[in-house]
Design a protein around this ligand. Structure first.
Ligand SMILES: [Zn+2]
Length: 184
């Protein structure tokens, strides 16, 4: 009797283990991939090179030219192109919310209009949030990531991103493609 009881317990244990291993009993994938990317974190703008610090300072200034009466979230972007020229962008909102444009895409459009066929080398992005804190890095939304990746592809040139707030940590990301695996 004792042996039978032990056998039943063992049988249930085996069934439980098998079920846990293959919860849906689906087919095995043909491959498995993992995505990761490298980026640098700095404690403040003071740790950046002079050139990068200048871009981030200008991005912070560009928040002042944002038109953000709805979100009260003012985003500034500032880029250096490979020809050494610089250009600013800021978010431009609209009462019809989807009509509004993010700072990064305003910047990319301005850059390709003013300096056609010149790759963008680095973009710094910052923000001023009227209703919250401003001391952690901001990162581009999904739509802007797609737009940045398209620009990288168009010019066959990576776009470095310097992401910060009004103070605090700064992220430097080597290219926009890192932020959008399996882009369209
Ligand atoms: Zn965006």
């Amino acid at each position: 009797m004792k042996t039978t009881y032990r056998n039943i317990i063992m049988l249930f244990t085996i069934i439980a283990l098998l079920a846990a291993d293959k919860p849906f009993a689906g087919k095995s994938p043909v491959d498995h991939k993992r995505f990761s990317f490298d980026y640098d974190i700095y404690t403040s703008i003071d740790q950046l090179s002079q050139e990068d610090a200048l871009l981030l300072r200008e991005a912070r200034k560009a928040t002042k030219i944002a038109y953000a009466p709805y979100s009260h979230f003012h985003v500034g972007a500032f880029a250096r192109l490979t020809n050494g020229k610089t250009i600013a962008g800021s978010n431009q909102e609209n009462a019809i919310y989807p009509v509004g444009i993010c700072a990064e895409r305003v910047l990319l459009s301005a850059a390709s209009s003013v300096y056609p066929n010149v790759p963008v080398e680095t973009i710094a992005v910052s923000y001023y949030n009227e209703k919250g804190s401003n001391n952690s890095p901001i990162s581009p939304c999904g739509v802007c990531r797609q737009s940045l990746v398209e620009t990288e592809t168009q010019f066959k040139h990576p776009i470095r991103l310097i992401l910060g707030g009004m103070d605090g940590k700064v992220y430097i990301i080597p290219n926009a493609t890192s932020l959008l695996p399996l882009d369209f």
